[in-house]
Each structure stands twice: as C-alpha cells, then as structure tokens.
Design a protein around this ligand. Structure first.
Ligand code: SF4
Length: 334
C-alpha cells in the first residue's frame, strides 16, 4: 500500500466520523512546530522558522493541549528542526499514547544521535527526510555542503533499523525534473517507503529568487505527473492534476492546521493572513475559512501546497465513482 494500512484507515475513519457528525470543515493533520530553532538556514525556508531560540520552545504540556484541542489523527512535527527539541522522545511517546500517527519532518542531520537508538521504530512513526534535489541542488538549497550525503546515509540506516522513511522534496526554480525522477528512483534503491513532491511556496520573507511562477509549476508538474505511475509518489492523482494545472480546487486550510511557538496560525502553515490565536476555540471559530477557501487573496494565487489542497483533492475524487476507484487503486499500489 501507498501508506501503511493503519494510517490510511485512521484517516478514513476520521473523515467518516466527522462527516456523519455533519462537519464540513475539520482538521486531519496538525502541523506542530514545537520550536523555531534549526541547524540549517535553507534558502527557501521562511526566516522565522530557523532563527528562533531553543529557550523559546513550547513546553510539552502546551503541545499536548494543542494536540487534544484540535483532535486531528495525524501530527506532523516540523519547525524548526524537531530533532533539536530536547523533549522529542517524551513528545513522541505522548502522541503514541494518544493514538496519533506521527510524521517527523527532518533534515536528517541529527537522526543518528537523537532518534536512532533513542526512539524505537513504530508503525505510528514516519520519518520524512527533506531532499530537495540531488547533491548539488540540495546542498545549494540547504546552503551547506555535505547535507545531501548525510541525509542519504541516514535514510539507508533508518531502513536498516526498521523505521518507515519517506523523502520530502520541494521543487524550486533550480530543480530539474530529471533530478526529481532520479530522487524517485532513489526511493527504490534505498528501499524507502515513498516520496512527497510539492512546489515551493513563495514566502514574503525570502528574498532569494528560487520560486517557480504558476506556469513553471504547471510545466514541471506535467512532466512529473507523466512518470508518477512508475514510482511511490505520495501525492494523490487529483493533487498531481491540480499541480499540473489540469484542474482547479478550492483550498482546505482547516484540514491541516498549524500550531507554532506564537500560537495557532491563521489561516495556514504558509501565511499569517489573520495572525495568531492563543486558544483553539478563537482560532477555529473566528478565522474566515470561507475567504481562504476561495483563494482570492493575492498570497494564495501561486500556492499549490499539499497542506492546502490534498484534502480538497480527496474530496473531489470521492464525488465520482471513477475518482473513488482511482483513489482506491492509488492507495493500494505498492
Ligand atoms: S491557498 Fe495556500 S496560502 Fe492560501 S490559504 Fe490555502 S494553503 Fe494557505
């Protein structure tokens, strides 16, 4: 299967429960940023995410309250670099005790000292290693030599130790489509579990000219879509159609909510269009979801991120029998 059966079923059960209860908007993924500290300063990353002090990280009780308030079955721990969070082991243990599935988004530099031999493999824990191209491109994007080689070594070691390991690739202007296909081939060579591919979001705080225009996104994703059936790409067929400019989708920013050291970020992981909220109820009840779904805001024009659109892609697929069958076949494929 594209993802382990438990992970797929947890999402399906959550969707069915929410819809039976009459909810049209509900979170499925919590993008949890317990710290804004990082050991890299990648050129395409929002500046605040790698300049925070470790002392300003979230205490565990604050994290668990956010997890319980939001109720999403999947917690994507990002940041910052989550392996630098001193309480990572306790955080993961607490999430597993709450029946959550955990995606640990990492640059992999500290996996050997902070995860391997410290936090055991689990069917609920997925390591998501950033690899934004082959050696030259990835090291350029990470602004440091040697990061690519270390990440590949950590992916190989993680698989030997029995972890679920996925690659996470952001496509920038510098990224050649041939490199993306080479990364897909690496998934098989390294016996990794899959690869997530997304176009980079043009953060206002990033001045480097690394982002794709809308037309460039469509062009690159048309080529990626053409070879996608040969590899374990963890983006649904409809999402790839959307990224390739072959269909339109509304945004679902509420499906992937973001909790940060500054509070709940509205509307989404990418922009603070409505600022930060201290508590869940205010965030959930006072964010103008209808406005953000419409994508009329100028900051949404060039956005084709998984976090906003994968839920919409699944919803659109499930509206027709053909789409539902296509989604089921995609989920079941190895
Ligand atoms: S379109 Fe992108 S930037 Fe706009 S609300 Fe959706 S996810 Fe956020």
């Amino acid at each position: 299967m594209r993802y382990p059966i438990g992970f797929t079923m947890a999402q399906a059960r959550h969707r069915a429960r929410m819809e039976q209860a009459g909810h049209t908007r509900y979170p499925t993924v919590l993008m949890l940023e317990p710290l804004y500290t990082c050991n890299l300063a990648c050129i395409g990353c929002s500046v605040e995410r790698h300049t925070g002090k470790l002392a300003d990280r979230m205490p565990l009780e604050t994290v668990f309250k956010a997890v319980d308030d939001c109720g999403a079955p999947i917690v994507n721990i990002c940041g910052g670099e989550p392996t630098l969070y001193p309480e990572l082991k306790e955080l993961i243990e607490g999430l597993i005790a709450r029946d959550k599935y955990i995606i640990l988004c990492t640059n992999a530099l500290k996996l050997d000292t902070k995860v391997y031999g410290v936090i055991p493999p689990s069917e609920r824990l997925f390591l998501m290693v950033h690899l934004d191209g082959l050696r030259e491109t990835h090291d350029y994007v990470c602004n440091r030599k040697g990061v690519f080689d270390k990440a590949v070594e950590m992916i190989r070691k993680g698989k030997e130790l029995g972890y679920y390991v996925y690659l996470n690739t952001t496509v920038y202007k510098e990224t050649r489509v041939e490199e993306v296909e080479a990364l897909c081939q690496m998934v098989d060579e390294l016996r990794a579990d899959g690869i997530l591919i997304s176009p980079g979001y043009e953060y206002e705080s990033v001045t480097a000219d690394v982002f794709l225009t809308r037309e460039q996104i469509h062009e690159k994703f048309r080529q990626i879509r053409a070879f996608s059936h040969r590899y374990r790409i963890n983006a649904t067929p409809l999402f790839l159609e959307f990224a390739a400019g072959l269909r339109e989708l509304p945004c679902s920013p509420w499906s992937t909510v973001n909790y940060t050291p500054k509070g709940w970020k509205a509307p989404c992981y990418l922009i603070e269009g409505e600022g930060y909220f201290d508590n869940w109820e205010d965030f959930w009840n006072h964010t103008n979801w209808e406005y953000w779904e419409s994508r009329i805001d100028p900051r949404c024009q060039n956005c084709k991120m998984h976090s906003g659109f994968e839920h919409s892609a699944v919803t659109a697929a499930m509206k027709t029998l053909k789409g539902t069958i296509q989604l089921a076949v995609w989920s079941l494929r190895k």
